[in-house]
Design a protein around this ligand. Structure first.
Ligand code: XUL
Ligand code: MN
Length: 343
């Protein structure tokens, strides 16, 4: 019996296109994915605005809400809930230079329009979490944007959302680079600072993704811990990442099991989830998978996360404390590694 509720996004099952090659698998219908996510053992679905309302740019505000209500019915029928909605601000021709930090006022306005629509969609889906992965809020050419003004623009955009709806919470998903060269919000520390600069700090928190922390050269468990210390860890995206290269979104803990264990441990030790927070997975099927096996990475991630929950439960805290008291950290390290290697 897991102590966590787990979530996944429809983009986690995809057609396998990458920057160097076309799709290799057929697209799978949203309803089919939802059914399968439930079967695998997920409790909630993560959404981009256009995962819920695919033709969002062609619809007016009322039509968007109506489309989202249809999706809510699908979730209800499958016994699932929505965890969050994220405005997809990186796909549109109007956001090639960023949304909130674009140098063009009309682009910034479009970004706000999508953000308000994401809030409307979240309300229709029955959730109050808005995730901001600030994909293009940064630079490709350092001198192209004023970094001080840009930071203030992100705060201003967040504040407008908080004022548009007094119930929503903003979850900033930090990432240091990709697609931009240099992001304006690379780490949890930045997120905590943005939160405290907002008009309602209790409603702005962080979402830590394992791969993004590794890309920043940071330890994901410590990034999680940092947000927990401020009582502002609103969600996580567990996955894995082999070093500082392109964003890999590998299955959880497959690259570094001990790092995965430490993420689950810090979450469990701090009662994460007790206020309804979800453990999100954000994992991508490897391009070589065939369509029949294109959910394997999600099944594996969930299984590994639950096995690691068991490892945390059986961790001998008393023995660990003895090692700490004796300052025998070599003994502690050996215990951790043996514990992970035992069946
Ligand atoms: C990108 C990423 C996104 C966000 C949601 O690296 O992780 O999928 O989680 O927009
Ligand atoms: Mn993510």
């Amino acid at each position: 019996m897991s102590r966590f509720k787990y979530s996944a996004g429809p983009w986690n099952v995809h057609s396998g296109a990458d920057a160097f090659g076309p799709p290799v698998r057929d697209e799978i219908a949203f309803v089919t994915k939802v059914k399968k996510f439930k079967e695998i053992g997920f409790d909630a679905i993560q959404f981009h605005d256009d995962d819920a309302v695919p033709n969002i740019n062609d619809l007016n505000e009322d039509q968007i809400i109506k489309e989202a209500q249809k999706v809510k019915t699908i979730l209800d029928d499958h016994g699932l809930v929505a965890e969050f909605v994220a405005p997809r601000l990186w796909m549109d021709p109007r956001t090639i230079d960023g949304g909130y930090t674009s140098n063009r006022a009309e682009d910034r306005e479009f970004a706000m329009w999508r953000s308000y629509r994401s809030i409307d969609i979240a309300n229709a889906l029955g959730c109050n979490n808005i995730v901001l992965w600030l994909a293009r809020e940064g630079t490709y050419v350092y001198e192209s944007k004023d970094p001080v003004i840009s930071t203030k623009r992100i705060i201003e955009a967040m504040n407008k959302m908080l004022e548009y709806d007094k119930n929503i919470r903003v979850l900033i998903e930090t990432k240091p680079n990709e697609p931009v060269d240099i992001s304006f919000c690379p780490t949890m520390g930045h997120t905590m600072a943005l939160s405290s600069a907002s008009v309602d700090p209790d409603r702005v928190g962080g979402l830590l993704e394992t791969a993004h922390a590794v890309l920043a050269g940071l330890d994901p468990a410590n990034e999680i811990a940092f947000a927990l210390a401020f009582d502002k860890l609103f969600s996580v995206h567990l996955n894995d990442q082999n070093g500082m290269k392109y964003d890999q979104d590998k299955a959880f803990a497959v690259d570094n099991l001990r790092r995965g264990f430490n993420q689950v441990k810090v979450l469990m030790d701090n009662n994460y989830g007790s206020r309804g927070e979800f453990v999100g997975l954000d994992v991508k099927a490897i391009r070589t998978q065939n369509i029949e096996n294109s959910y394997r990475h999600l099944e594996n991630s969930l299984k590994i996360a639950k096995l690691l929950e068991g490892k945390v439960e059986r961790f001998d805290n008393k023995f660990a404390q003895q090692c700490i008291d004796a300052r025998d950290y070599e003994a502690l390290e050996m215990y951790v590694v043996e514990h992970l290697m035992q069946g």
